[in-house]
Design a protein around this ligand. Structure first.
Ligand SMILES: Nc1nc2c(ncn2[C@@H]2O[C@H](COP(=O)(O)OP(=O)(O)OP(=O)(O)O)[C@@H](O)[C@H]2O)c(=O)[nH]1
Ligand SMILES: [Mg+2]
Length: 374
């Protein structure tokens, strides 16, 4: 080897650890490759699946395509919006067959652990279970309930289950739009039960109530004062109150708490016409009471379907959905209108300084919004 084929640098102290030689590149035998002038290079086919591929994938229960379809629906990119709607339109006729269950409760009530136990129980019955989450904080933090996948470790490995952490909010509708559309996709993929988890901190339980058939509230023992302070509103939304973590030393207390909740539920407006919401105890650690929860839901479904309340609620939810989308769209278009964005800070200052009334400022903004070009 000639001198000029030595590497540019090697450590003189450790000569054995570095290559001392470089091989010369080999000449190709035969005709050299030539590229014709004016050759048109074809762009590599995009890896994004077509709508048809997604529809087929979802309908045949292909998990990869299911995840991709949900990603498309969750996308905040405007060019994906129409594609997602086209996909949903094609899947719509195949959706609606699952029972939709909403689960709420304060942070730490054990919602994720309950879903792990309950979901696994349902899978063992031969059912297919999809878990979605609405995380109201994600619109602020941009994150999602990341820990949930690890809390639902057993369920996430179950071939009958599919777990999707909550989407992040963005344009063209908030988190709830995406969750609702993801639910339709999961139904088209053949899931029998959809479980939606949300932390009960305000608006999210109302949103979830509007998209599920059955809504349950997970509570903890030690009620008493807590019970008094609990918003009546959220209890009026619940088809069942579950006193959770009824195990070990907590079991007796849980029974007491259950009685108290039952008593209160008795006096409240029923969440579902013709259904008396009751309180139960259950433990996700021991599995006690898990089966009974499913029995209650089955009973609820049976009664609701025969009385027509079940179908009526779904129809109402479909109708309400239009209005919530309109609100979303208006909100988004208004606050993203370039001239509105430009004028808003100044008007805000003027209102704060007492120079203009809030109504005048809003009037100016709406004139700008309605007459100004996009
Ligand atoms: N003893 C007992 N502990 C439980 C039970 N279920 C959950 N826990 C514990 O309660 C804690 C909270 O459980 P999570 O399932 O994360 O609660 P969560 O309601 O999903 O909480 P966020 O998602 O943060 O709102 C964990 O430490 C669980 O181990 C139960 O049935 N019995
Ligand atoms: Mg959780």
């Amino acid at each position: 080897m000639s001198e000029d084929l030595k590497p540019e640098w090697s450590d003189p102290n450790e000569p054995d650890k570095f290559s001392k030689l470089i091989k010369r590149g080999q000449e190709l035998e035969g005709q050299p490759v030539t590229i014709e002038k004016n050759t048109v290079f074809q762009k590599r086919k995009s890896m994004e699946p077509t709508i048809e591929e997604l529809v087929h994938g979802v309908l045949t229960g292909n998990r990869g395509q299911l995840a991709r379809a949900i990603t498309l629906v969750e996308s905040n990119a405007e060019q994906h919006f129409h594609k997602a709607q086209e996909l949903l339109q094609k899947l719509l006729a195949h959706s609606g067959k699952a029972i939709r269950i909403g689960i709420t409760g304060v942070p730490g009530a054990g919602k994720s652990t309950f879903i792990e136990a309950f979901g696994t129980y349902l899978c063992d019955l031969g059912l297919r279970v999809a878990v979605l989450a609405i995380d109201p904080s994600s619109s602020l933090s941009g994150g999602s309930i990341l820990g949930d996948k690890t809390r639902m470790e057993q369920l996430s490995r179950n071939p009958r289950a599919f777990i999707r952490p909550s989407p992040t909010a963005g344009k063209l509708g908030g988190v709830h739009r995406k969750t609702r559309e993801s639910m339709l996709i999961c139904e088209a993929a053949g899931f029998d039960v959809i479980l939606i988890e949300t932390v009960g901190v305000g608006q999210s339980e109302v949103i979830i109530r509007d998209m599920v058939d059955f809504f349950m509230l997970l509570v903890l023992t030690g009620a008493g004062d807590e019970l008094q302070g609990m918003k009546k509103g959220i209890m009026e939304l619940a088809d069942t109150v579950l006193v959770h973590k009824a195990d070990g030393a907590n079991k007796e207390k849980a029974e007491q708490t259950r009685k108290e909740y039952s008593r209160i539920l008795h006096f409240l407006q029923p969440a579902t016409k013709g259904w008396a919401s009751k309180a139960y105890t259950c433990s996700s650690l021991t599995g006690e009471g898990i089966k009974e929860v499913w029995d209650v839901i089955k009973d609820f479904e049976l009664k609701g379907k025969s009385s027509g309340v079940f179908a009526e609620r779904r129809k109402g939810q479909q109708r309400d959905w239009i209005y919530s989308l309109i609100t979303d769209q208006l909100h988004y278009s208004f606050f993203h209108h370039p001239e509105v964005k430009l004028k808003l800070p100044q008007l805000e200052n003027e209102v704060m300084a007492g120079e203009k009334t809030a109504a005048t400022a809003v009037d100016i903004l709406f004139h700008t919004f309605l007459s100004g070009k996009k």
